[in-house]
Write a protein that binds this ligand. Structure first.
Ligand code: UDX
Length: 458
């Protein structure tokens, strides 16, 4: 199938590479020249496990271009995967989605049928708005164009994007037209029937079952995306709230999570207590959902509480530091991990950034490490070009621990599991380890010489 994808961010590029691997004829449009330059050289602008290798394989088949007009007229299906950044009010800004729809409607041919699919995460009612935008352009052009609009929310998890794209739990399509549903069913047929040869890096999981394609109306599809993310966000916040109480009553939240997760109705996943969620989705999507609710005067106390608990986790970690060190002024604190989660260089809404800002505000000296996210963190924090002596970044964890008053593990990179704890503890001024993700066993850390403090653990 001939496809045009508008936007080459995490969602757009992953989709482009996977659909091309599945033998669709893919063109990817982006206005960002720096991204296009990289893509023209065959380099992925995003860091995502496996994406560069897969891009190497399919690169010669994908056309990367800044021009909608160059690829849309010939396409059968157009996917919009542009950003929907938060407005000041928290609501998602759909300007780029509407602009993309406008550009598509301006160049599509009057005698052809197109399916226009919104993959970006958008407020409820956006698909309907896209229909209106398209119709307005058609009437301005004086044509009776033929575009079916559909919602196809994306459930991509950073760090696991390709695995999730080849082996999704479900595909959700919201459309009022049978033609659009049929086109999307043909698009996803190799995934729905698992007829493709898996890439060597992404073998089919042995227990994987064929995914359902759920069809519904566009508003419900849009709501599914927000409800799914908000539910996962509140599941994490729930276990973090329990973790705080575990600390008060000498219980171990990792044991509690295991115990409740064995109930099939609850499930083991997303019950890891710690510093809570960051990233480009949960903070933004929970705020956007509250924004949608506020427009109708509807209250969502559970969603509000999930956010409050989440951001309190960051403050609680700094409180733990104060609790052990007294004043933080002049204290040297090592931060392990800057990315919002492992296997990505993404620092959007990362807990590390808030913690570092707070430590600096209290006069601490911060040295921070991350396997790959240092450049992005430098750009987001003061201290770029080493202009702030109180904030240093280092690629050497052992150097960071030298003479430090405390270490705070913020991101659970595999790399940190393998550190020589004894060596780290020995080098520090005071061997305090605040494990913000419960990565280490308390016994192991204490045996290595640390004063160990986890989240919700004895
Ligand atoms: C999420 C959704 O999983 C995905 O379906 C949606 O499309 C986009 O938002 P992502 O933000 O990439 O994906 O990451 P995810 O793996 O869900 O983790 C989000 C945050 O929650 C991370 O900061 C992670 O550290 C944290 N988390 C996750 C926990 O604190 N505890 C857990 O048990 C799980």
């Amino acid at each position: 199938m001939k496809i045009a994808i508008i936007g080459t961010g995490y969602v757009g590029l992953t989709t482009a590479v996977v659909l091309s691997y599945l033998n669709h004829d893919v063109a990817a449009v982006d206005k960002d020249e720096s991204k296009l330059t990289l893509l023209h050289e065959g380099k992925s602008p995003i860091h995502e496990p496996g994406i560069q290798n897969l891009l190497d394989e399919v690169w010669h088949t994908i056309r990367f271009t800044p021009s909608v007009a160059e690829v849309v007229p010939e396409a059968e299906l157009i996917l919009i995967a542009v950003g929907t950044p938060p407005k000041k009010s928290g609501e998602a800004d759909t300007r780029h989605v509407e602009q993309a729809a406008r550009e598509v409607a301006q160049v599509c041919l009057p005698d052809r049928h197109y399916t226009l699919v919104v993959k970006s995460t958008v407020p409820i009612g956006t698909n309907q708005r896209v229909v209106e935008v398209v119709e307005d352009v058609f009437s301005a052009r004086g044509i009776r164009g033929n575009i079916s609009v559909a919602s196809n929310p994306e459930f991509l998890q950073e760090g696991l994007a390709l695995q999730g794209a080849f082996y999704p739990d479900r595909i959700v399509v919201g459309a009022n037209s049978d033609e659009a549903i049929d086109t999307l069913r043909r698009l996803y047929q190799p995934i729905l029937e698992q007829t493709f040869d898996p890439p060597s890096e992404f073998p089919r999981p042995p227990s994987y079952h064929l995914p359902p394609m759920m069809t519904t109306d566009p508003n419900s599809a849009e709501m599914i995306k927000y409800a799914a993310n908000t539910f996962l966000a509140l599941k994490i916040s729930f276990i973090n709230e329990i973790a705080g109480l575990c600390e008060e009553v000498d219980a171990d939240v990792t044991e509690v999570a295991r115990g409740i997760g064995l109930d099939a109705r609850i499930g083991q996943q997303f019950l890891r207590a710690g510093l809570g969620w960051g990233g480009s989705c949960y903070p933004k999507d929970t705020a956007a959902l509250l924004g949608v609710a506020a427009q109708s005067g509807y209250k969502m106390p559970i969603t509000e509480a999930a956010r409050t608990v989440n951001f309190r986790q960051r403050e609680r970690i700094v409180e733990k530091l104060r609790g052990t060190l007294g004043t933080l002024k002049g204290k040297s604190i090592g931060i392990l991990g800057l990315a919002f989660k492992p296997n990505t260089d993404d620092v959007r809404e990362a807990p590390a950034l808030d913690i570092i800002r707070e430590l600096l505000a209290e006069g601490a000296i911060v040295r921070a490490h991350d396997p790959i996210a240092i450049p992005n963190a430098q750009a987001a924090l003061p201290g770029k070009d080493d202009t702030i002596p109180e904030l240093q970044f280092t690629e050497d964890v052992y150097e960071l621990s030298y003479d430090a008053d405390a270490l705070v593990l913020v991101t659970e990179w595999d790399f940190y599991h393998k550190l020589e704890l004894r060596r780290l503890a020995k080098q520090m001024k005071t061997p305090i380890l605040i494990d913000g993700r419960n990565v280490y066993s308390p016994e192991e850390a204490r045996t290595a010489g640390f004063h160990y403090i986890g989240v919700g653990r004895i």
